[in-house]
Design a protein around this ligand. Structure first.
Ligand SMILES: Nc1ncnc2c1ncn2[C@@H]1O[C@H](COP(=O)(O)OP(=O)(O)OP(=O)(O)O)[C@@H](O)[C@H]1O
Ligand SMILES: Nc1ncnc2c1ncn2[C@@H]1O[C@H](COP(=O)(O)OP(=O)(O)OP(=O)(O)O)[C@@H](O)[C@H]1O
Length: 572
């Protein structure tokens, strides 16, 4: 159904092809998963199927891509629209109408389907994706995950024979991701739909794949095969595979269920008392400091590393001690007709890393908004350090709290990295060069004149982080920071955040990434429908939860192991 014949794509103005010798086939009624590190060309391959590459992106495509027998070089995306449905990485870029119902109907209208058919399919899709309560909502008022579900729904309604999906679950909570993947699997099994999907969070998707197409490194030909075969050699793999490799299980299990069946001997080898007290991540990095000892260990901390590397780092010599960082109580927030927070609260101490978790629409971004003054609660109290965010001018507030938003692009508006940094220094009242020194420390090798748009997703996130850190806010908030990041980029982010916590910063991550929470957070706060329903040590909150437990916890339960790193350490 989808066929690549020795395809290479070279973008204009770039010497080397972005992808080379891509040769594979996805037969009708199969789900193929496209995997590989960031920047390896996954979106390029997907774009070649929908015709966006090269028709919209420019560049040269050599070789041949056919979809349902149509050559995508001679058929423009419009001429493929009756066969191929595409969801890109950024749902906002995808929307053409204002409300949920209109968006679901739009694709069918363009194809000229009968009104009765359109009506039926809109209703079906609202049910299928749990969108019925949101049908009349303006898209601009939806949470990140709600938007992503609408974007997926809108490509399903025309019943395309081929679906091309670029990280379709990146903004979804774990349960919603499972539901969406189950819907896709049903289309594949029952209707013979063909799916090509790129995804970084392999722990969510690998078990649904009929075959895996691995792009191992830029310019290298893809490795194509059965999921277990490819996972055995892949540079990117989910925790279940990491544990399987560590324990030398063959064949390699890809699901928690298969791994559990093998895990008894491994469970027996692990110390039971270690298993009880493993809230602390096993790591070579300095542990998070506690409220009682906010001072970092010398030499390994974030600011000392930055100031050592960067010549402009004078202002970052030694960390200053921080007082209590945030105290939000009994918050009530109404947004439109929705009560987004009902009595929620959060306190954050210096050196603490807190994961804020919960379903899509539970109120996580709203709570972060209240801490940064973007959302004004109708009742309750919020203080951040000594100030009340909604009553504090932005220039003053950035010294107390910084937010890296769900879409880092929202924070970046200049044309070059250098201009972005100059603006950040100015906004924060920091010495000129402060932000650039941070960027040099965090992203060595990025030149001054690079356009932030041309950075990879992970690089853009780190640039946004540097912009926020320029004001050295004691409290750092990150909204879903691992969207679009591969495992290596995630590991680098984990390093940076641990070092910041060791310097006494308090960090709150709103995240659906259960593996990240397990790796990084000592404490998890769980929100449901605007209320805090659990607040405690990570191991206690997540291990018993079918949605929020990481894979290792599920495989090794009842032991409270959370990460492969902890298990590796314990086996030494
Ligand atoms: N329009 C473009 N012009 C020039 N270079 C581009 C363009 N689009 C992508 N590239 C480059 O091509 C390479 C492959 O990018 P692509 O987005 O396909 O990778 P990816 O595997 O999807 O990455 P990610 O996992 O981060 O989404 C990258 O080096 C990228 O910078
Ligand atoms: N301007 C608005 N008007 C009406 N409802 C809104 C508005 N902004 C947010 N909401 C609703 O408030 C609720 C909480 O949204 P919020 O963005 O805080 O959720 P979230 O937990 O961050 O979700 P996600 O995980 O999907 O990002 C959602 O039901 C959302 O649709």
């Amino acid at each position: 159904m989808i066929r690549f014949e020795d395809v290479s794509v070279t973008y204009d103005g770039v010497a080397e092809p972005a992808v080379r010798h891509v040769d594979f086939e996805v037969p009708e009624g199969e789900l193929a998963l496209l995997v590989g590190p960031s920047g390896v060309g996954k979106s390029t391959v997907l774009g070649a199927v929908s015709g966006l590459v090269p028709h919209f992106t420019g560049g040269t495509l050599r070789g041949r891509v056919t979809v349902a027998g149509r050559d995508t070089r001679t058929h423009r995306p419009r001429e493929l629209a009756d066969v191929v449905g595409t969801v890109g990485q950024d749902p906002l870029a995808h929307f053409v109408t204002d409300t949920v119902e209109d968006e679901l109907a739009y694709g069918m209208e363009s194809l000229g389907l009968a009104p009765a058919v359109m009506r039926r399919r809109v209703e079906e899709t609202l049910d299928l994706l749990g969108l019925a309560d949101l049908r009349g909502r303006q898209i601009g008022t939806l949470s990140g995950g709600q938007r992503q579900r609408v974007a997926i729904g809108s490509v399903l309604t025309p019943h395309p024979r081929v679906l091309v999906l670029d990280e379709p679950t990146s903004a979804l909570d774990p349960a919603a991701a499972e539901e969406v993947l189950a819907v896709l699997q049903r289309l594949v099994h029952d209707l013979g739909t063909t799916v090509l999907m790129a995804e970084h969070r392999l722990e969510r998707v690998i078990q649904y794949a009929d075959r895996v197409v691995l792009l191992p490194e830029p310019g290298a030909a893809p490795v194509v095969g059965a999921p277990a075969e490819v996972m055995a050699v892949s540079p990117v793999y989910p925790p279940v595979v990491a544990l399987g490799r560590l324990a030398a299980w063959t064949p390699l299990p890809l699901t928690v269920r298969d791994a559990r069946r093998r895990a008894a001997p491994l469970r027996d080898r692990l110390p039971t008392e270690g298993a009880r007290g493993t809230a602390r991540p096993a790591t070579t990095h300095p542990p998070e400091t506690t409220a009682a000892s906010p001072r970092p260990r010398s030499g390994r901390t974030f600011w000392s590393r930055v100031s050592r590397r960067a010549d402009g780092g004078r202002s970052h010599g030694s960390p200053r001690p921080f007082g209590a960082l945030a105290d939000a109580r009994d918050l009530q927030v109404r947004r439109g007709r929705v009560t987004a927070l009902r009595g929620a609260g959060l306190d954050v101490s210096p050196g603490e890393i807190v994961a804020l978790m919960g379903r899509n629409g539970a109120g996580k971004s709203t709570l972060l908004g209240a801490l940064t003054g973007l959302v004004r609660p109708q009742a309750g109290s919020v203080t951040v350090g000594p100030v009340v965010p909604a009553a504090t001018p932005p220039r003053e507030l950035v010294r107390h709290v910084g937010l890296v938003p769900q879409e880092p692009r929202d924070l970046l508006y200049a044309d070059t990295v250098a201009a972005e940094c100059a603006a950040a220094d100015h906004d924060a009242g920091a010495a000129p060069g402060t932000c650039r020194a941070l960027v040099a420390g965090l992203l060595p090798g990025v030149s001054d004149d690079t356009h932030p748009r041309d950075l990879s997703e992970g690089q853009r996130l780190v640039l946004a982080l540097a912009v926020v850190l320029t004001a050295r806010p004691p409290l750092l908030l990150l909204d879903e920071p691992t969207r679009g990041l591969d495992y290596a980029a995630k590991a680098r982010l984990v390093d940076i955040l641990r070092a910041l916590a060791a310097d006494g910063h308090g960090i709150v991550l709103a995240t659906h990434d259960v593996e990240l929470a397990a790796e990084l957070a000592r404490r998890v706060v769980l929100l449901a429908d605007g209320e805090v329903i659990a607040d405690g040590p990570t191991a206690e909150v997540v291990v018993s939860s079918p949605s929020f437990a990481p894979q290792v916890a599920k495989i090794l339960a009842p032991g409270q192991w959370l990460t492969v790193a902890q298990v590796r350490e314990a086996l030494r």
